[in-house]
Design a binder for this molecule. Sequence first.
Ligand code: NDP
Length: 338
Amino acid sequence: MTTQPKKAQYEQRGPVPQDVIHAVDFELPPLQAGQVRVAVLAAPINPSDVLTLTGEYGLLPPLPAVGGNEGVGRILEVGDGVTGLPAGTVVLLPVGCGTWTTHLTLPAKGLVPLPSGVDPVQLSMLTVNPPTALLMLTEFVDLQPGDWVIQNAANSAVGGYLVQLAKLRGINTINVVRRASAIEAVKASGAEHVVVDAEDLPKRVRELVGDVPVKLAIDCVGGVSTENLARCLVEGGTLVNYGAMSGERCMISPRYFVFRDIVLRGFWLSQWFKKAAPDKRMAVFGEIAGLIAEGKLQARIQASYGLDDIREAVAAAASGARDGKIVIEPNGPSRAAI
Ligand code: NDP
Protein backbone atom coordinates (compact mmCIF):
# COMPACT_ATOMS: atom_id res chain seq x y z
CA MET A 1 0.00 0.00 0.00
CA THR A 2 1.26 3.53 -0.84
CA THR A 3 2.58 5.31 2.26
CA GLN A 4 3.06 8.88 0.95
CA PRO A 5 -0.46 10.39 0.53
CA LYS A 6 -1.02 11.52 -3.03
CA LYS A 7 -3.89 13.06 -5.00
CA ALA A 8 -4.66 13.89 -8.63
CA GLN A 9 -5.17 17.63 -8.66
CA TYR A 10 -5.92 20.30 -11.26
CA GLU A 11 -5.51 24.05 -10.88
CA GLN A 12 -7.13 24.97 -14.21
CA ARG A 13 -9.43 23.50 -16.85
CA GLY A 14 -8.51 23.09 -20.49
CA PRO A 15 -9.46 21.46 -23.79
CA VAL A 16 -7.05 18.52 -23.37
CA PRO A 17 -8.19 16.89 -20.10
CA GLN A 18 -5.01 14.92 -19.39
CA ASP A 19 -2.89 18.07 -19.70
CA VAL A 20 -4.47 19.82 -16.70
CA ILE A 21 -4.26 17.05 -14.10
CA HIS A 22 -1.21 15.79 -12.20
CA ALA A 23 -0.37 13.77 -9.07
CA VAL A 24 0.81 15.76 -6.04
CA ASP A 25 1.95 14.69 -2.57
CA PHE A 26 0.04 15.99 0.44
CA GLU A 27 0.08 15.71 4.23
CA LEU A 28 -2.76 14.03 6.08
CA PRO A 29 -4.59 16.46 8.39
CA PRO A 30 -4.99 15.43 12.05
CA LEU A 31 -8.09 13.26 12.55
CA GLN A 32 -10.82 15.20 14.37
CA ALA A 33 -13.64 13.85 16.53
CA GLY A 34 -16.45 12.49 14.36
CA GLN A 35 -14.15 11.88 11.38
CA VAL A 36 -12.76 8.75 9.76
CA ARG A 37 -9.61 8.26 7.68
CA VAL A 38 -10.27 6.27 4.52
CA ALA A 39 -7.92 4.59 2.06
CA VAL A 40 -9.47 4.88 -1.39
CA LEU A 41 -9.67 1.44 -3.01
CA ALA A 42 -11.09 2.26 -6.43
CA ALA A 43 -12.66 5.13 -8.39
CA PRO A 44 -13.72 5.19 -12.05
CA ILE A 45 -13.11 7.86 -14.68
CA ASN A 46 -16.51 8.68 -16.14
CA PRO A 47 -17.27 10.93 -19.15
CA SER A 48 -18.54 13.54 -16.64
CA ASP A 49 -15.08 13.56 -14.98
CA VAL A 50 -13.49 14.26 -18.36
CA LEU A 51 -16.01 17.06 -19.05
CA THR A 52 -15.27 18.50 -15.59
CA LEU A 53 -11.58 18.74 -16.53
CA THR A 54 -12.41 20.43 -19.84
CA GLY A 55 -14.95 22.75 -18.19
CA GLU A 56 -17.92 21.46 -20.19
CA TYR A 57 -19.90 19.78 -17.39
CA GLY A 58 -23.07 21.17 -15.80
CA LEU A 59 -21.50 21.39 -12.33
CA LEU A 60 -17.89 22.57 -11.85
CA PRO A 61 -16.03 22.53 -8.49
CA PRO A 62 -13.97 25.56 -7.44
CA LEU A 63 -10.23 25.38 -8.26
CA PRO A 64 -7.88 23.87 -7.28
CA ALA A 65 -9.79 20.58 -7.22
CA VAL A 66 -9.11 16.87 -6.92
CA GLY A 67 -10.50 14.74 -9.75
CA GLY A 68 -13.02 11.96 -9.31
CA ASN A 69 -16.67 11.99 -8.38
CA GLU A 70 -17.37 8.51 -6.98
CA GLY A 71 -15.59 5.52 -5.50
CA VAL A 72 -15.15 3.23 -2.52
CA GLY A 73 -12.66 3.16 0.33
CA ARG A 74 -11.75 1.23 3.43
CA ILE A 75 -11.78 2.88 6.86
CA LEU A 76 -8.25 2.95 8.30
CA GLU A 77 -8.80 4.93 11.48
CA VAL A 78 -11.77 6.39 13.36
CA GLY A 79 -11.88 9.62 15.35
CA ASP A 80 -13.36 10.07 18.83
CA GLY A 81 -17.08 9.56 19.07
CA VAL A 82 -17.45 7.51 15.88
CA THR A 83 -19.60 4.41 16.35
CA GLY A 84 -20.83 1.73 13.97
CA LEU A 85 -18.03 2.19 11.42
CA PRO A 86 -15.04 0.20 12.68
CA ALA A 87 -11.66 0.23 10.95
CA GLY A 88 -11.76 -2.18 8.03
CA THR A 89 -15.30 -1.26 6.93
CA VAL A 90 -15.66 -0.64 3.19
CA VAL A 91 -17.66 2.52 2.55
CA LEU A 92 -19.18 4.34 -0.40
CA LEU A 93 -17.43 7.69 -0.84
CA PRO A 94 -19.64 10.79 -0.86
CA VAL A 95 -20.43 12.08 -4.37
CA GLY A 96 -18.10 14.81 -5.58
CA CYS A 97 -15.52 14.49 -2.77
CA GLY A 98 -12.50 14.18 -5.13
CA THR A 99 -11.92 10.43 -5.16
CA TRP A 100 -8.67 10.21 -7.16
CA THR A 101 -6.58 10.29 -4.00
CA THR A 102 -4.90 7.74 -1.76
CA HIS A 103 -6.58 9.03 1.42
CA LEU A 104 -9.68 10.97 2.44
CA THR A 105 -10.52 12.39 5.85
CA LEU A 106 -14.31 12.48 6.05
CA PRO A 107 -17.13 13.09 8.51
CA ALA A 108 -18.37 9.65 9.59
CA LYS A 109 -21.96 10.87 9.59
CA GLY A 110 -23.73 9.86 6.41
CA LEU A 111 -21.09 7.37 5.22
CA VAL A 112 -22.72 4.24 3.78
CA PRO A 113 -21.12 0.88 4.67
CA LEU A 114 -21.01 -1.64 1.84
CA PRO A 115 -21.19 -5.44 1.84
CA SER A 116 -17.84 -7.11 2.45
CA GLY A 117 -16.25 -9.64 0.12
CA VAL A 118 -17.31 -7.79 -3.05
CA ASP A 119 -14.97 -6.58 -5.80
CA PRO A 120 -14.23 -2.93 -4.86
CA VAL A 121 -13.78 -1.99 -8.51
CA GLN A 122 -17.39 -2.98 -9.27
CA LEU A 123 -18.63 -1.29 -6.09
CA SER A 124 -16.73 1.90 -6.98
CA MET A 125 -19.08 2.54 -9.92
CA LEU A 126 -22.25 2.18 -7.86
CA THR A 127 -23.23 5.83 -7.45
CA VAL A 128 -23.52 7.20 -10.98
CA ASN A 129 -24.13 4.82 -13.86
CA PRO A 130 -26.30 2.01 -12.40
CA PRO A 131 -28.89 4.39 -10.86
CA THR A 132 -28.94 6.32 -14.13
CA ALA A 133 -29.78 3.14 -16.04
CA LEU A 134 -32.34 2.02 -13.45
CA LEU A 135 -34.11 5.37 -13.22
CA MET A 136 -34.34 5.84 -16.98
CA LEU A 137 -35.98 2.42 -17.18
CA THR A 138 -38.46 3.14 -14.40
CA GLU A 139 -39.19 6.89 -14.13
CA PHE A 140 -40.49 7.81 -17.59
CA VAL A 141 -42.65 4.98 -18.96
CA ASP A 142 -44.55 2.34 -17.00
CA LEU A 143 -42.81 -0.61 -18.66
CA GLN A 144 -44.14 -4.12 -18.18
CA PRO A 145 -42.44 -7.48 -18.79
CA GLY A 146 -42.36 -8.06 -22.54
CA ASP A 147 -42.14 -4.35 -23.43
CA TRP A 148 -39.42 -3.01 -25.74
CA VAL A 149 -36.76 -0.33 -25.17
CA ILE A 150 -34.12 0.94 -27.61
CA GLN A 151 -30.85 2.61 -26.57
CA ASN A 152 -27.73 3.92 -28.30
CA ALA A 153 -24.11 3.78 -27.07
CA ALA A 154 -25.18 0.37 -25.83
CA ASN A 155 -21.56 -0.66 -25.25
CA SER A 156 -21.15 2.11 -22.65
CA ALA A 157 -21.21 1.30 -18.93
CA VAL A 158 -24.71 2.79 -18.59
CA GLY A 159 -25.77 0.77 -21.63
CA GLY A 160 -24.45 -2.46 -20.11
CA TYR A 161 -26.20 -1.83 -16.78
CA LEU A 162 -29.42 -1.02 -18.64
CA VAL A 163 -29.28 -4.32 -20.54
CA GLN A 164 -28.80 -6.26 -17.29
CA LEU A 165 -31.49 -4.36 -15.35
CA ALA A 166 -34.01 -4.62 -18.18
CA LYS A 167 -33.40 -8.35 -18.46
CA LEU A 168 -34.02 -8.81 -14.72
CA ARG A 169 -37.41 -7.10 -15.25
CA GLY A 170 -38.31 -9.11 -18.35
CA ILE A 171 -37.99 -6.04 -20.58
CA ASN A 172 -36.56 -6.47 -24.10
CA THR A 173 -33.78 -4.20 -25.29
CA ILE A 174 -32.64 -3.20 -28.77
CA ASN A 175 -29.05 -2.07 -28.50
CA VAL A 176 -27.50 0.38 -30.94
CA VAL A 177 -23.73 0.83 -31.23
CA ARG A 178 -21.75 3.05 -33.58
CA ARG A 179 -19.23 0.40 -34.70
CA ALA A 180 -19.53 -3.29 -35.57
CA SER A 181 -16.49 -4.09 -33.40
CA ALA A 182 -18.56 -3.30 -30.27
CA ILE A 183 -21.28 -5.88 -30.98
CA GLU A 184 -19.65 -8.86 -29.28
CA ALA A 185 -19.01 -6.94 -26.03
CA VAL A 186 -22.67 -5.90 -25.83
CA LYS A 187 -23.81 -9.45 -26.44
CA ALA A 188 -21.42 -10.59 -23.72
CA SER A 189 -23.20 -8.29 -21.26
CA GLY A 190 -26.41 -10.21 -21.95
CA ALA A 191 -27.96 -8.34 -24.90
CA GLU A 192 -29.74 -10.40 -27.52
CA HIS A 193 -30.39 -7.69 -30.12
CA VAL A 194 -27.54 -5.45 -31.23
CA VAL A 195 -27.45 -3.26 -34.33
CA VAL A 196 -25.09 -0.64 -35.78
CA ASP A 197 -26.46 2.93 -35.97
CA ALA A 198 -27.25 4.26 -39.45
CA GLU A 199 -29.72 6.40 -41.40
CA ASP A 200 -31.82 3.26 -42.01
CA LEU A 201 -31.94 2.25 -38.32
CA PRO A 202 -35.73 1.59 -38.27
CA LYS A 203 -35.34 -0.86 -41.18
CA ARG A 204 -32.40 -2.60 -39.48
CA VAL A 205 -34.39 -2.88 -36.26
CA ARG A 206 -37.39 -4.37 -38.11
CA GLU A 207 -35.10 -6.93 -39.76
CA LEU A 208 -33.67 -7.81 -36.35
CA VAL A 209 -36.78 -8.08 -34.15
CA GLY A 210 -39.80 -7.57 -36.41
CA ASP A 211 -42.38 -4.79 -36.06
CA VAL A 212 -42.36 -4.53 -32.24
CA PRO A 213 -43.86 -1.51 -30.40
CA VAL A 214 -40.89 0.30 -28.85
CA LYS A 215 -42.21 2.50 -26.02
CA LEU A 216 -38.97 4.04 -24.72
CA ALA A 217 -35.79 5.24 -26.46
CA ILE A 218 -32.67 6.21 -24.50
CA ASP A 219 -30.11 8.52 -26.12
CA CYS A 220 -26.69 9.66 -24.90
CA VAL A 221 -25.23 10.44 -28.32
CA GLY A 222 -27.18 13.41 -29.73
CA GLY A 223 -26.82 14.58 -33.36
CA VAL A 224 -28.76 12.54 -35.91
CA SER A 225 -28.64 9.52 -33.59
CA THR A 226 -31.42 11.13 -31.58
CA GLU A 227 -33.72 11.16 -34.60
CA ASN A 228 -32.65 7.66 -35.63
CA LEU A 229 -33.97 6.43 -32.26
CA ALA A 230 -37.14 8.55 -32.47
CA ARG A 231 -37.98 6.92 -35.79
CA CYS A 232 -37.94 3.50 -34.10
CA LEU A 233 -40.53 4.51 -31.47
CA VAL A 234 -44.20 3.62 -31.43
CA GLU A 235 -46.61 6.58 -31.85
CA GLY A 236 -46.71 8.49 -28.53
CA GLY A 237 -43.39 6.91 -27.40
CA THR A 238 -40.91 8.64 -25.11
CA LEU A 239 -37.32 9.53 -25.96
CA VAL A 240 -35.03 10.31 -23.02
CA ASN A 241 -31.71 12.07 -23.64
CA TYR A 242 -29.06 11.86 -20.92
CA GLY A 243 -25.80 12.76 -22.65
CA ALA A 244 -24.09 14.14 -25.75
CA MET A 245 -21.21 11.82 -26.57
CA SER A 246 -21.14 13.11 -30.18
CA GLY A 247 -20.74 16.67 -28.90
CA GLU A 248 -23.66 17.63 -31.14
CA ARG A 249 -27.10 18.99 -30.33
CA CYS A 250 -30.01 16.56 -30.58
CA MET A 251 -31.17 16.83 -34.20
CA ILE A 252 -34.77 15.80 -34.54
CA SER A 253 -37.39 16.90 -37.03
CA PRO A 254 -40.57 18.48 -35.61
CA ARG A 255 -42.50 15.92 -37.66
CA TYR A 256 -41.89 13.33 -34.90
CA PHE A 257 -43.40 15.62 -32.26
CA VAL A 258 -46.29 16.80 -34.44
CA PHE A 259 -47.30 13.75 -36.48
CA ARG A 260 -46.15 10.94 -34.18
CA ASP A 261 -46.64 12.55 -30.76
CA ILE A 262 -43.12 11.62 -29.64
CA VAL A 263 -42.17 13.09 -26.25
CA LEU A 264 -38.56 14.23 -25.69
CA ARG A 265 -37.33 14.34 -22.09
CA GLY A 266 -33.98 14.83 -20.38
CA PHE A 267 -32.47 13.02 -17.39
CA TRP A 268 -29.71 14.24 -15.03
CA LEU A 269 -28.92 12.15 -11.97
CA SER A 270 -27.80 15.24 -10.02
CA GLN A 271 -31.30 16.71 -10.34
CA TRP A 272 -32.87 13.42 -9.31
CA PHE A 273 -30.58 13.31 -6.22
CA LYS A 274 -31.78 16.77 -5.21
CA LYS A 275 -35.46 15.99 -5.65
CA ALA A 276 -35.81 12.34 -4.57
CA ALA A 277 -37.06 11.53 -1.10
CA PRO A 278 -34.43 9.85 1.16
CA ASP A 279 -36.36 6.54 1.26
CA LYS A 280 -36.53 6.48 -2.54
CA ARG A 281 -32.76 7.12 -2.74
CA MET A 282 -32.12 4.32 -0.24
CA ALA A 283 -34.36 1.94 -2.22
CA VAL A 284 -32.54 2.64 -5.50
CA PHE A 285 -29.03 2.32 -4.00
CA GLY A 286 -30.06 -0.69 -1.90
CA GLU A 287 -31.30 -2.54 -4.99
CA ILE A 288 -28.15 -1.71 -6.94
CA ALA A 289 -25.69 -2.56 -4.15
CA GLY A 290 -27.50 -5.89 -3.65
CA LEU A 291 -27.33 -6.76 -7.35
CA ILE A 292 -23.62 -5.89 -7.54
CA ALA A 293 -22.90 -7.94 -4.41
CA GLU A 294 -24.75 -10.91 -5.93
CA GLY A 295 -22.75 -10.56 -9.15
CA LYS A 296 -25.91 -9.80 -11.17
CA LEU A 297 -24.84 -6.31 -12.19
CA GLN A 298 -21.40 -5.39 -13.45
CA ALA A 299 -19.44 -3.27 -15.87
CA ARG A 300 -16.53 -4.25 -18.08
CA ILE A 301 -13.13 -2.84 -17.08
CA GLN A 302 -10.59 -1.99 -19.75
CA ALA A 303 -7.69 -1.01 -17.45
CA SER A 304 -6.73 0.11 -13.97
CA TYR A 305 -4.12 2.79 -13.20
CA GLY A 306 -2.33 4.20 -10.16
CA LEU A 307 -2.17 7.93 -9.39
CA ASP A 308 1.33 8.33 -10.85
CA ASP A 309 -0.17 7.45 -14.25
CA ILE A 310 -3.20 9.74 -13.91
CA ARG A 311 -2.52 11.55 -17.21
CA GLU A 312 -2.31 8.30 -19.13
CA ALA A 313 -5.49 7.12 -17.39
CA VAL A 314 -7.44 10.29 -18.26
CA ALA A 315 -6.22 10.14 -21.87
CA ALA A 316 -7.40 6.51 -22.09
CA ALA A 317 -10.79 7.40 -20.58
CA ALA A 318 -11.23 10.32 -23.00
CA SER A 319 -10.59 8.18 -26.07
CA GLY A 320 -13.29 6.31 -27.98
CA ALA A 321 -13.56 2.62 -28.91
CA ARG A 322 -12.67 1.39 -25.42
CA ASP A 323 -13.76 -2.02 -24.17
CA GLY A 324 -14.83 -0.93 -20.70
CA LYS A 325 -14.15 1.54 -17.93
CA ILE A 326 -10.85 3.05 -16.89
CA VAL A 327 -10.48 2.91 -13.11
CA ILE A 328 -8.04 4.41 -10.65
CA GLU A 329 -6.79 2.23 -7.78
CA PRO A 330 -4.83 4.83 -5.78
CA ASN A 331 -3.41 2.33 -3.28
CA GLY A 332 -2.63 -0.38 -5.81
CA PRO A 333 -4.72 -3.33 -7.03
CA SER A 334 -7.59 -3.72 -4.56
CA ARG A 335 -9.56 -6.69 -5.85
CA ALA A 336 -7.91 -9.14 -3.50
CA ALA A 337 -8.23 -6.69 -0.61
CA ILE A 338 -11.69 -7.72 0.59
P1 NDP B 1 -18.55 4.96 -21.18
O1 NDP B 1 -17.30 5.71 -20.97
O2 NDP B 1 -18.69 3.63 -20.56
O3 NDP B 1 -18.83 4.78 -22.75
C1 NDP B 1 -18.83 5.87 -23.63
C2 NDP B 1 -19.76 5.55 -24.80
O4 NDP B 1 -19.86 6.69 -25.65
C3 NDP B 1 -19.30 4.39 -25.68
O5 NDP B 1 -20.43 3.67 -26.09
C4 NDP B 1 -18.67 5.10 -26.86
O6 NDP B 1 -18.70 4.35 -28.04
C5 NDP B 1 -19.60 6.28 -26.99
N1 NDP B 1 -18.97 7.39 -27.71
C6 NDP B 1 -17.78 7.95 -27.44
N2 NDP B 1 -17.56 8.97 -28.30
C7 NDP B 1 -18.63 9.02 -29.13
C8 NDP B 1 -18.97 9.83 -30.23
N3 NDP B 1 -18.17 10.81 -30.65
N4 NDP B 1 -20.15 9.59 -30.84
C9 NDP B 1 -20.97 8.61 -30.41
N5 NDP B 1 -20.69 7.81 -29.37
C10 NDP B 1 -19.53 8.01 -28.74
O7 NDP B 1 -19.72 5.91 -20.74
P2 NDP B 1 -20.69 5.90 -19.47
O8 NDP B 1 -21.58 4.73 -19.54
O9 NDP B 1 -19.94 6.16 -18.23
O10 NDP B 1 -21.57 7.19 -19.81
C11 NDP B 1 -22.36 7.17 -20.99
C12 NDP B 1 -23.06 8.51 -21.13
O11 NDP B 1 -23.93 8.67 -20.04
C13 NDP B 1 -22.13 9.73 -21.09
O12 NDP B 1 -22.59 10.66 -22.04
C14 NDP B 1 -22.33 10.27 -19.70
O13 NDP B 1 -22.04 11.64 -19.59
C15 NDP B 1 -23.80 9.97 -19.54
N6 NDP B 1 -24.27 9.94 -18.16
C16 NDP B 1 -25.27 10.82 -17.86
C17 NDP B 1 -25.82 10.82 -16.62
C18 NDP B 1 -26.95 11.75 -16.34
O14 NDP B 1 -27.37 11.84 -15.18
N7 NDP B 1 -27.46 12.45 -17.34
C19 NDP B 1 -25.32 9.95 -15.54
C20 NDP B 1 -24.33 9.00 -15.99
C21 NDP B 1 -23.81 9.02 -17.26
P3 NDP B 1 -17.31 3.74 -28.66
O15 NDP B 1 -16.95 2.61 -27.74
O16 NDP B 1 -17.69 3.33 -30.01
O17 NDP B 1 -16.27 4.84 -28.60
